[in-house]
Write a protein that binds this ligand. Structure first.
Ligand code: ADP
Length: 266
């Protein structure tokens, strides 16, 4: 039964996990699970602990208490090599993560750590770069790419090993709408194939259009964990809801007014 559960739940945070840097607790009493193929948006004000949460999921900071299970096994007990084979992360300023001289090598890099055959590396890398609209830049230095292309490259580097959990910190930040949408569509396609996506974002339209669930961090805790609809309807976390929620509200107000006018005229 344990195994079956692990197939459904990509990530489980349990036992009131505390996430901290040295002695400073950033998030307390964290519990919950993220299902395979789910797209979860992490939202909250600056400094509320969103990036810290992603780092904990990637085993980059140690928990002060509680535990995080990735596919049923404590994140601290996975070997790095195995963990990062199934879990990819793209943090802010991904260009700081680039370490190779060409776009091709940047994507191929992770496979080289796993002794793949050269022809397999070439085939898979070429396919990914095509998918991400980067095929024509294959021999360029990664630093030569535009901001949006760099973000796409950083996501592509996280997919060569078919990682099926993606942790993304503001992947569309600073991009024009076209490249942002292009990236989101690629992520959507991956999600439909079963990839779990945990994404920090400030963009409420992305939350509205893509997320299955919103987790809001506020006052060092989970302040909301549920469907985007109720998050927006209840105006949680001081976020401004997408336009169509505002229109629903105006219509409701108008309806309520009409009802009261009707009842007065009776
Ligand atoms: P968010 O991503 O929501 O903006 P962060 O997770 O980056 O928030 O930061 C949460 C809190 O943790 C902030 O108060 C920040 O100053 C602090 N913090 C972030 N990184 C470190 C670190 N490496 N060492 C100590 N404190 C940190």
């Amino acid at each position: 039964a344990g195994c079956k559960k692990a197939e459904i739940e990509s990530i489980i945070v349990k036992e009131n996990a505390t996430l901290a840097y040295k002695k400073t607790a950033i998030l307390n009493n964290i519990n919950g699970s993220i299902l395979r193929g789910e797209w979860v948006a992490i939202v909250g004000k600056n400094g509320s602990g969103k990036s810290t949460f992603l780092k904990a999921l990637a085993n980059l900071i140690k928990l002060k208490s509680g535990d995080i299970l990735i596919k049923g096994k404590s994140v601290s007990r996975w070997k790095d090599k195995d963990l990062y084979r199934m879990l990819g992360f793209v943090f802010q300023n991904p260009e700081l993560q680039f370490i190779n001289d060409t776009v091709f090598e940047e994507v191929a890099f992770s496979a080289r750590q796993h002794d793949w055959k050269e022809e397999d590396i070439a085939a898979k890398t070429t396919m990914l770069l095509k998918e991400f609209g980067l095929a024509e830049y294959i021999n360029l230095h990664p630093f030569m790419l535009s901001f949006g292309q760099k973000r796409r490259l950083s996501v592509a580097t996280m997919l060569l090993l078919d990682q099926d959990i993606l942790l993304l910190d503001e992947p569309t930040f600073g991009q024009d709408e076209k490249s942002a949408n292009q990236l989101l569509r690629l992520l959507k396609r991956r999600q439909q194939e079963g990839t779990t996506i945990v994404m920090v974002t400030h963009d409420m339209d992305i939350v509205d259009q893509y997320a299955d669930r919103v987790i809001l961090f506020e006052d060092k805790q989970i302040a909301y964990n549920g469907h985007p609809y109720f998050f927006f309807r209840n105006k949680r976390g001081g976020m401004i809801p997408p336009l169509h929620y505002q229109l629903i509200e105006e219509q409701e107000d108008r309806y309520a007014n009409e009802q009261s006018v009707l009842s007065i005229s009776h």
